[in-house]
Design a protein around this ligand. Structure first.
Ligand code: FMN
Length: 218
């Protein structure tokens, strides 16, 4: 009888080899769409984002790597007027209209109890849970690190499905946590406005650090 784990390992190796040998790389338009021409947006067209698009976005973003496959990110899509009314007082004044006009604002949160899922998410180490169960510092560091990485994957995935994004950290995290996550193990990280941009609202591009400033080779 075939061992299903060994068969899955073999299939994964064959898929990785096929990808490597295909020589595929991102084309120039994809690099523009995700990075070099993409901008952070502050104004939005009056055009809805479908649930199908949000699901497609998440299904791409979830594939980005996290330590021990922890996947601590949790997302709350703020769409209704009622939910916007609850979020608005938590934001810096200048960020309120950006959220208000966006068809959807995602609260990118992380779950401090992400480790409860590890028996399913990381079966190679059946004791993985124990690393975090009684160590709230390790749980916090890992939830924040990997939840933030997933937030970045989320923004790039949004661009990949044709949405524009505008991230915001100008808000009171404690207030958002009280309003949306009271009595839970979830904590807010940052917000991402999502939709189809009103491109008239952006400013000139700000400089990026050069390779020789930001990078070194040892
Ligand atoms: C995590 C994060 C938090 C941000 N917070 C705010 C914010 O609170 N308000 C705001 O107007 N812009 C915010 N920004 C936007 C940044 O200033 C912007 O992404 C950056 O200047 C690069 O702009 P560009 O993508 O158009 O080149 C934030 C961006 C990120 C990634």
């Amino acid at each position: 009888m075939t061992d299903p784990t060994a068969a899955a390992d073999e299939a994964a190796r064959a898929a990785a080899k096929a990808l490597q040998e295909s020589g595929v790389s991102a084309d120039a338009d994809t690099i523009k769409l995700l990075f070099t021409e993409a901008r952070t947006h502050y104004g939005w067209q009056d055009r809805d984002v479908s649930e199908e698009t949000l699901r497609a976005l998440y299904d791409i973003a979830k594939m980005g790597p996290t330590s021990m496959n922890q996947q601590p990110m949790r997302v709350v899509f703020i769409q209704s007027e009622d939910a916007k009314d609850r979020l608005e007082p938590c934001l810096m004044e200048t960020n309120r209209p950006k959220m208000r006009t966006a068809p959807v604002t995602a609260i990118i949160a992380y779950d401090l109890n992400f480790w409860e899922e590890l028996p399913t998410l990381f079966p190679p180490n059946p004791a993985a849970q124990d690393i975090f169960k009684n160590n709230s510092t390790a749980a916090q560091v890992n939830a924040f690190r990997n939840g933030t990485l997933q937030g970045a994957y989320f923004m790039l995935a949004a661009r990949a499905v044709g949405l524009d994004v505008g991230a915001m950290s100008g808000f009171d995290n404690a207030k958002v946590d009280e309003e949306f996550f009271h009595g839970t193990s979830l904590k807010s990280n940052f917000l991402v406005n999502l939709g189809y941009a009103d491109t008239s609202k952006i400013f000139r591009r700000l400089p990026r650090l050069a390779y020789d400033v930001a990078c070194q080779t040892l």
